[in-house]
Design a protein around this ligand. Structure first.
Ligand code: ZN
Length: 395
C-alpha cells in the first residue's frame, strides 16, 4: 500500500515530474538514463515520473528493438499531438486564427477581414474563426486545450480588456464570452505581448533574454521581455509605447495625449498620407501600398522613408530606456522591411550614444503576420501544461 503524500512530498513530486517532462520536451528523443544524467534525479524517480507521463499520454516511447550493436535504448518523445490549441490575432481590420499542436506547430490557418468594427459583429466574426478551427482539429487525447486571443488594447491582470481605442471597446470581458460559448479555457492577452512571446519561443527572439517586440499595425504596441519574463507592470498594462510623445504640440490622439508616436509611425499614417498624396481617385489599401512599393512608386518610397525615420525616433526612446539586446519590429509594417530599415538605422546612428547603438540589434519579425496568433496559442498551451502540473513555464 502506498502511503498518502504529505504536502511537501507532493510538491517535490510535482517539481520532479515537471523537470522530467520539460527535459523530454526540450531534449527528446531521450532515454530514461539520459534524463537521469541530465537532471541529477535518480533512475527510480525518473522511471516513476515517466510511467505517469506515459499513462497520461503526454509522452510515448519508441525503441527497444534488437540491433547488431546490442539492445537500443527505449527513447521517449513528447506527444505534441496529445492536444491542440487555437491562437487568434484579433487585429483592428482583420482576424487571423491558427490551430497548433502542443509544440506550437501551425496546422491550420483562417484569415478574414473585419469590415465593421461594431462589437457584436466583431465577436460574431471571431466566433466563426474559432469554430472553423475547432472543426479542423484532429481527434486527440485532450482535444483543444485552450484558446488564446491577442487583442489590440489594454488588458489587465484579470485578462479583461480595459480599453481598445482602435476598436472603440471599453471594459469588455471577452474571456467570459468565449469560455461560455465553447467551454474551453481562454486567455486574453495584449497583441504585442502575444507577439513578443511568440517571437521569443519560435521566431527572431529565440535564445534572447532581453528583448522588446514592437508591433506596428494600425497602432503601435510593445511587448517587453526582461530576463526571459514578460514584463506587464503593476496592473498588467505596461508597454503602451505607441503613446509616448514625439511631438510636444503634435496631433491630438484618441488616448488624450498629443503627438503620440503611433500618429507618426504606424500603418494608419502611411495609409492616410498615401491617400492624400496620390491622385484622388485611387483608393489604396495595405496590400496596394506593398505593391506600389515593389513597383518603385517614388511617392510611396518617399512616404516609407519618412515612416522609417519616425519609427527610428520612437526606437531611440526605447533603447535609451531598456538597453535591450534585440528589438524586433513586427506586425504588418514588417512587410516594408526593405524600405524602412535603412532610415531607421540612420536615425539611430544620428541620435543614440554609441554605447547604446552598438549593443542593440534591430531585427524584423520572423513569424511575420503569425507572431501574435502563435504567441496567443502558446499562452493557451502553457496554461494547459501548468494546469496538468507538468510545467511551470506559464509566463
Ligand atoms: Zn496617444
Amino acid at each position: 500500500m502506498e502511503r498518502p503524500l504529505t504536502g511537501d512530498q507532493s510538491l517535490v513530486k510535482q517539481i520532479n515530474k515537471s523537470i522530467v517532462f520539460t527535459t523530454i520536451v526540450g531534449k527528446g528523443p531521450i532515454s530514461r538514463a539520459q534524463i537521469s544524467k541530465n537532471t541529477g534525479l535518480n533512475k527510480a524517480t525518473v522511471s516513476t515520473m515517466v510511467a505517469e507521463l506515459i499513462d497520461e499520454q503526454m509522452i510515448y516511447e519508441i525503441g527497444s528493438s534488437q540491433s547488431s550493436g546490442g539492445r537500443k535504448p527505449v527513447m521517449l518523445y513528447f506527444n505534441s499531438h496529445a492536444g491542440y490549441a487555437v491562437g487568434v490575432d484579433l487585429g483592428v481590420n482583420y482576424i487571423l486564427g491558427v490551430l497548433t499542436d502542443l509544440s506550437g506547430n501551425k496546422m491550420e490557418e483562417v484569415h478574414i477581414p473585419i469590415e465593421k468594427r461594431e462589437f457584436n459583429e466583431v465577436v460574431e466574426s471571431l466566433k466563426s474563426v474559432i469554430q472553423t478551427l475547432l472543426i479542423k482539429a484532429p481527434e486527440s487525447v485532450y482535444g483543444v486545450v485552450g484558446i488564446g486571443i491577442g487583442v489590440p488594447g489594454i488588458v489587465d491582470k484579470e485578462k479583461k480588456i480595459l480599453f481598445a481605442p482602435n476598436l472603440n471597446w471599453n471594459n469588455i470581458n471577452l474571456k467570459e464570452i468565449i469560455e461560455k460559448e465553447y467551454n474551453i479555457p481562454t486567455i486574453i492577452e495584449n497583441e504585442a505581448n502575444s507577439g513578443a512571446h511568440g517571437e521569443q519561443l519560435y521566431g527572431a527572439g529565440k535564445h534572447i533574454s532581453n528583448l522588446i517586440y514592437v508591433s506596428i499595425g494600425i497602432g503601435i504596441g510593445t511587448g517587453i521581455i526582461i530576463d526571459n519574463k514578460l514584463y506587464t507592470g503593476v496592473s498588467g498594462i505596461s508597454g503602451e509605447m505607441g503613446h509616448i510623445t514625439i511631438e510636444a504640440n503634435g496631433r491630438k490622439c484618441s488616448c488624450g495625449n498629443r503627438g503620440c508616436w503611433e500618429l507618426y509611425a504606424s500603418e494608419q499614417v502611411i495609409l492616410n498620407d498615401a491617400k492624400n498624396s496620390i491622385h484622388e481617385n485611387s483608393v489604396l489599401d495595405f496590400n496596394g501600398l506593398v505593391n506600389e512599393a515593389f513597383k518603385g512608386n517614388p511617392l510611396i518610397l518617399q512616404l516609407l522613408n519618412t515612416l522609417g525615420e519616425n519609427i527610428g525616433i520612437g526606437l531611440t526612446n526605447i533603447i535609451n530606456t531598456f538597453n535591450p539586446e534585440v528589438i524586433i519590429i513586427g506586425n504588418r509594417i514588417s512587410q516594408f522591411k526593405n524600405w524602412i530599415s535603412n532610415p531607421i538605422e540612420h536615425i539611430l546612428s544620428e541620435r543614440l550614444l554609441p554605447y547604446h547603438k552598438d549593443k542593440t540589434e534591430i531585427r524584423f519579425s520572423e513569424l511575420g503576420k503569425h507572431s501574435c496568433a502563435l504567441g496567443a496559442a502558446s499562452f493557451a498551451i502553457s496554461g494547459f501544461l501548468a494546469e496538468k502540473k507538468v510545467s511551470e513555464q506559464y509566463k
